[in-house]
Design a protein around this ligand. Structure first.
Ligand code: HEC
Length: 475
């Protein structure tokens, strides 16, 4: 079986190579939807516009003045359109709370201790970790060493439908773990010219991105030739999520580039210069052209208003009366749940659309070598000694399984289209998510509780909703 799949990869790779020889590089690029220079130009213009907006936002004191300028610009270009909405100076969470989640710990193998380049991935229930000293798998309560070759990246890839395989990136080849054996995969041929593999990320099951010290590669499936992004001269890190339209690359020359497919062609844009006077150290792709970014310990959110795109400072000030602000050290996104995780001095902060919640960390985390959301939707962090998995243990409270049936039985009689309280709908995930704090408040309100008596709570209670919040609003 293993042999069979690898043959299949070999066939595919041979086919790419044929494709590559036949076409000129530029030809391949256009044929595969590579970035054309036209696109780059257009984007450059966009970037300039953004820069202006970002500048406007930077200076809160001048917010009004800047808005006036923005309007003026719009007025010049388009006299009839109404002015854009006012840009507030900063964003911040509407409320603050505590996060209570379990942490499971995995002591690292001695060969993994203090490895600043720790890699981890889950394949089904199997936990894999890699580092400078080789590849390891968690089994029977400890990490077992599989081999001693340096691991630079780990990805789970579906070779055939329903047959996930582990791809293990080494410096100069890509190995495949299948049926309890590890062997070089034919994908390695892209590294034959001496390129060093630096990152490898799978988006979904059939979209594999490989960053080397020289360039960026993408492989989708058997029927598509491998694509090379020649404009990109080396990739240090790469962020892309299942369902995210955009990729973020940190290039070898320390640029942050967004890569987005627009009707078949790839657009590149440079992002790190958008925030005036600060170079973004980290940018992660969010929804609809939005991004989270970090610069000098401050958090930024890039979003679009009707007319503009701008980076907004996102303040983490837990106490309105005190000047204290959290400074951010690491950032990870849970793309599916719509939450942002941050490592701050006293613990871990989770930011939802409107709320920030702090998970206090029992020991002091001196450093963090790994900080990411796993395929099991838990937060995985390591300080170089221990690997932790943070999240609800056991069955996770979800909207479909727990919240929706409860709301249906207890609330929907009135809070639906045509019900007696249809001004306050609780029929969709989004409606319940944005109303959940008010729902808890009203369920527990003594004077006029929900549901109004003699109706009774059926199928759950405020605790169901609290667990759902703590667990991260799972769908
Ligand atoms: C028998 C009809 C009925 C049922 C069942 C019902 N509600 Fe209501 N709800 C109302 C009415 C009427 C109002 C508006 C008057 C008020 O606020 O008391 C309302 C208002 C609300 C509001 C908005 C007002 C505010 O305080 O923010 C929330 C939130 C709410 N209900 C939550 C719930 C929840 C949660 C459930 C289920 C556990 C529920 N309701 C079940 C009739 C109902």
């Amino acid at each position: 079986m293993a042999q069979c799949s690898q043959d299949w990869v070999a066939r595919t790779v041979r086919r790419w190579i044929v494709t590559l020889y036949v076409m000129s590089w530029a030809g391949v690029f256009v044929a595969c939807g590579g970035t054309s220079s036209n696109n780059t130009n257009t984007n450059q213009n966009n970037t300039n516009t953004n820069q202006n907006n970002a500048n406007a936002n930077q200076n809160n004191a001048n917010a009004n003045q800047n808005n006036a300028n923005t309007n003026q610009n719009n007025a010049n270009t388009n006299q009839n359109k109404k002015p854009p909405p006012t840009i507030p100076g900063e964003l911040e969470p509407k409320s603050w709370g505590e996060l209570k989640l379990e942490a499971r710990s995995y002591a690292l193998h001695k060969e993994l201790l203090d490895d600043a380049d720790l890699q981890m991935i889950l394949m089904g229930k199997d936990l894999w970790v890699g580092g400078k000293k080789g590849l390891f798998r968690w089994a029977n309560g400890k990490f077992e060493q599989i081999d001693k070759v340096r691991v630079t990246a780990l990805a789970v890839w579906e070779l055939k439908k329903g047959q996930p395989a582990l791809l293990v990136g080494r410096e100069n080849r890509i190995d495949l773990w299948l049926n309890h054996t590890i062997a070089p995969s034919a994908l390695s041929s892209i590294l034959e010219k001496g390129e060093k593999l630096q990152v490898m990320v799978a988006r979904g099951k059939t979209d594999l991105w490989i960053g080397t010290d020289k360039t960026l590669w993408r492989w989708q499936n058997e029927d598509t030739p491998i694509q090379q992004f020649k404009q990109i001269k080396g990739v240090k890190s790469l962020y892309v999520y299942d369902g995210s339209p955009e990729l973020i690359l940190h290039t070898n020359d320390d640029k942050i580039i967004g890569l987005r497919n627009n009707k078949g062609s790839w657009e590149l844009r440079s992002l790190e210069r958008e925030v005036k006077d600060t170079t973004l150290e980290d940018v992660l792709p969010w929804k609809n052209g939005e991004f989270w970014g970090m610069a000098k310990g401050k958090l930024f959110f890039r979003k679009r208003t009707e007319k503009n795109v701008a980076w907004w400072p996102f303040r983490l000030k837990p106490n309105k009366d005190k000047d204290f602000e959290w400074s951010v050290r690491r950032m990870a996104l849970d793309f599916k749940a719509g939450t942002v995780w941050l490592w701050v001095k006293d613990g871990i902060l989770r930011i939802d659309e409107a709320e920030a919640r702090l998970l206090r960390w029992k020991e002091k985390l001196e450093k963090v070598v790994l900080f990411r959301i796993g395929k099991d939707e838990g937060l995985w962090i390591s300080d170089g000694k221990v690997l932790w998995r943070i999240g609800q243990d056991g069955p996770v409270t979800t909207y479909q399984k727990d919240v929706k049936p409860f709301v249906q039985q207890s609330c929907l009689k009135c809070h639906k289209q045509g019900g007696s309280a249809d001004f306050y709908l609780l029929t969709t995930y989004d409606e319940v998510r944005s109303g959940v704090n008010d729902m808890i408040r009203r369920i527990e309100e003594k004077g006029s509780p929900m549901p109004p008596p003699p109706n009774k709570l059926v199928g759950g209670d405020a605790e169901t909703l609290r667990r759902w919040i703590q667990g991260g609003y799972r769908q």
